[in-house]
Design a protein around this ligand. Structure first.
Ligand SMILES: O=C(O)CCC(=O)C(=O)O
Ligand SMILES: [Fe+2]
Length: 363
């Protein structure tokens, strides 16, 4: 990412890390610097495979970004929320339901959480090309080159190494997934900035403290830049929600539906949600930076049966092969529907049917 003289922008000060005792998810930490050599990749591939099989989540450290660059990522992430006037935000709001794409703002109150309470979080989503397909608010203009560099860092220095490790973990040629995640191909892989705002006690009570409902991501790989406000939880195989601990300058990586479908269920699209932080972090905003990767639009999301691993462990199919959706069909259906459709409720799980597949939302 660029380090020459950068435009001056306001600094975002995040909350201090929590001192409270909560139950943490026990996720492996992968040293990405090792992925630079074939020997290193051979060592990491089984670790990444096991992490994605059991947790669907892992941490990456040493991804090639300094602490100062990391801080700058969050200063930029805060710009579209704190430094763009509300009127201008409305002008750049995405027509999510109609387009089936998140480009632009998702403003507050768009999703229904529970008991009539709507969300208190904003997104700003940029297609990874940054310049070609979208206009951006004035406050972002000076930093667009840095956002493009952020997208490229995520894509080439993080996503590609992870995809290579995941392919090796399935005993497939190492570029199997890289070849279907072109930076310049037609597809929706995007940068997301996100800001959560503190809520009223009534909103907390009516939603049992849930800020963002339990869901799987619909792409292949999500890269979440670790930040200190403890609120992200994953649903562990034993049915317990556990918090993801902040590791400074680490990346939290998880598999989404696309990866689960392509890997025949070997890599898990784990359910996660966002809840009210521990008491010492309440009253703070929570700014996030993400890269949501998905395969190219024309990729059919059916299991890669050539994998000897899939053949050995057995293939879980969510669709008949002939009915499997393309990335484009799946992402449009999931984007349009999320938080909008009438859901059927069973116990504490809400279900909706997308392309013939039951998608669950957890409270
Ligand atoms: O804010 C977070 O930590 C997670 C957000 C998330 O899961 C999502 O946007 O899909
Ligand atoms: Fe998510």
């Amino acid at each position: 990412m660029p380090t020459a003289t950068l435009p001056s922008i306001p600094h975002y000060v995040p909350a201090a890390s929590t001192e409270e005792i909560v139950e943490w998810a026990d996720l492996p930490v992968i040293d990405l610097a090792k992925a630079a050599t074939p020997e290193g990749r051979a060592e990491l591939a089984p670790q990444v495979r096991d992490a994605m099989r059991t947790h669907g989540f892992l941490y990456l450290v040493n991804h090639g970004c300094t602490e100062a660059q990391n801080e700058r990522v969050f200063d930029i992430a805060n710009l579209p929320f704190e430094h763009v006037p509300e009127d201008e935000k409305k002008q750049f709001a995405g027509d999510i339901k109609k387009t089936g794409s998140y480009r632009g703002y998702k403003l507050r109150n768009y999703w229904h959480i529970d008991n009539g309470v709507r969300d208190q979080l904003e997104h700003y989503n940029l297609h990874r090309s940054i310049y070609d397909l979208q206009q951006h608010p004035t406050a972002l203009q000076p930093v667009l080159p840095e956002i493009r560099a952020f997208a490229e860092h995520n894509h080439y220095n993080v996503l590609f190494p992870v995809l290579r490790l995941l392919a090796l973990g399935l005993e497939l040629p190492e570029d199997t997934f890289v070849n279907t995640h072109g930076f310049d191909a037609k597809g929706e892989t995007y940068v997301r900035y996100m800001k959560y705002y503190p809520r009223t006690p009534e909103e907390e009570r009516k939603t049992s403290n849930v800020w963002l409902k339990g869901h799987t991501d619909f792409g292949t790989i999500t890269i979440l830049w670790s930040q200190p406000v403890t609120a992200l939880q994953i649903l562990s195989p034993d049915g317990v929600w556990r918090f993801v601990k902040h590791i400074p300058n680490a990346l939290v990586v998880n598999a989404g539906d696309g990866m689960e479908f392509l890997s025949g269920g070997v890599y898990k699209a784990t359910i996660h949600r966002v809840v009210q932080p521990p008491a010492d972090q309440r009253g703070h905003t929570r700014v996030g930076a993400f890269y949501f990767a998905m395969a190219d639009d024309d990729v059919v999301l059916r299991p890669l049966v050539a994998s000897p691993v899939l053949q050995r462990v057995g293939i879980v199919r969510r669709f008949e092969d002939a009915d499997a959706p393309t990335t484009e069909e799946w992402r449009r259906a999931r984007t349009s529907a999320y938080g909008q459709t009438e859901l059927t409720r069973k116990d504490n799980v809400e279900e909706e049917v997308i392309n013939g597949v039951v998608v669950k939302h957890y409270n």
